[in-house]
Design a protein around this ligand. Structure first.
Ligand code: G3P
Ligand code: MG
Length: 256
C-alpha cells in the first residue's frame, strides 16, 4: 500500500514494523519519564516499543527530556538549552517521581539506543526542540538515530515541529517520519506530502472514526496519544488506529 494522495510522491507503507502499543515517555506513569528506569517498566509490562522526547544540550548533545526547562523532572532549574551536557549529566532525574528512583540520570540518545538494542524494543523518537533550535535539533537527532540504530530496526521519528522534521528528512531521508498534531489541521495532506511522512500522530481526543478512515485511506498510519483508558483504546483500534501511545502500561495490554 502507498499513500494515495493524487500527484504526490508515493510513500511505501506496506511494511510496518512497529507494534500496536507504545510506552509514552519510556515508562508512562510507572517510572520517571524519559529515563532508563522507564525502559525497565516497559519491558516488565511486555511492551515492545518506547516513545521518548529528544532535544539538545547547550553543547549539542542529544538527550532525553520532555520540557524546555529542568524544573519539573530533575533537581536542576532553568532552561535545558542553557546547560552543557556535563551539567545535565550530573542531575537527578528520578527523585521528583519517587525516592526509589533517586540518582536516576538523564539519558543520552546513545543510552536509549543501547537499551532498545538490548531489550529488542522499537523506538518512536519525538524530536522536541527547545525554542529556536528546531532545524538543528532535527538534524542532530536524525543523524544520531541513523548511526545508532540498526537498519533492520529503524526508529520512527516524529515531531510537532515542521522545521525539525524537514531537517531530519534532509539528513536521513530513509528514516520514517510521523507528523505530530494536537488536532489535525485542514492542510494535513500538504504537510505530510512535503515531509514525506508515513504516519500522523494525533491527540486521541481529536480523532473520529471518519478522520481515521480518511488518514488511512491516504496510505498513512495513525498513532493516537495519550490513551490511558482501555475502553477508549479498544474503540480507537476498532476505528483502525495503528498505534496506541499510553502512560498506563499496566492497564492497556495486548489483550485489548
Ligand atoms: O508522541 C506523542 C506524545 O509524546 C506527544 O506529546 O507532550 O507527551 O510529548 P508529549
Ligand atoms: Mg513525546
Amino acid at each position: 500500500m502507498t499513500n494515495g494522495i493524487a500527484g504526490e510522491a508515493q510513500v511505501e507503507v506496506t511494511h510496518w514494523p512497529y507494534p500496536r502499543l507504545v510506552a509514552h515517555r519510556c515508562g508512562g506513569k510507572l517510572a520517571p519519564e524519559n529515563t532508563l528506569a522507564g525502559f525497565d517498566a516497559c519491558v516488565q509490562h511486555g511492551y515492545r516499543m518506547v516513545e521518548f522526547d529528544a532535544k539538545l544540550s547547550a553543547d549539542n548533545q542529544v538527550f532525553l527530556l520532555h520540557d524546555d526547562t529542568l524544573d519539573r523532572t530533575t533537581n536542576g532549574c532553568g532552561a535545558a538549552a542553557q546547560h552543557t551536557w556535563a551539567q545535565l549529566a550530573a542531575l537527578d532525574a528520578g527523585s521528583w517521581f519517587d525516592r526509589r528512583f533517586a540518582g536516576v540520570c538523564l539519558p543520552t540518545i546513545a543510552d536509549a539506543a543501547t537499551r532498545c538494542e538490548r531489550d529488542a524494543l522499537a523506538a518512536n523518537i519525538e524530536i522536541k526542540p527547545c525554542p529556536g533550535r528546531d532545524a538543528l535539533t532535527g538534524e542532530l537527532v536524525a543523524a544520531a538515530a541513523l548511526s545508532l540504530w540498526r537498519r533492520s530496526q529503524m526508529p520512527l521519528l516524529s515531531s510537532f515541529s515542521y522545521d525539525a522534521l524537514a531537517a531530519a528528512r534532509k539528513v536521513a531521508p530513509t528514516l520514517p517520519r510521523g507528523m505530530l498534531f494536537d488536532a489535525v489541521p485542514r492542510d494535513w495532506r500538504r504537510i505530510v506530502h512535503e515531509l514525506e511522512c508515513v504516519s500522523l500522530h494525533v491527540d486521541h481526543r481529536h480523532l473520529t472514526d471518519a478522520l481515521v478512515a480518511e488518514i488511512r485511506a491516504a496510505g498513512l498510519r495513525v498513532l493516537a496519544y495519550t490513551v490511558n483508558d482501555p475502553v477508549r483504546a479498544r474503540e480507537l483500534v476498532q476505528w483502525g488506529v495503528d498505534m496506541i501511545c499510553t502512560d498506563r502500561l499496566d492497564l492497556i495490554t495486548e489483550a485489548l
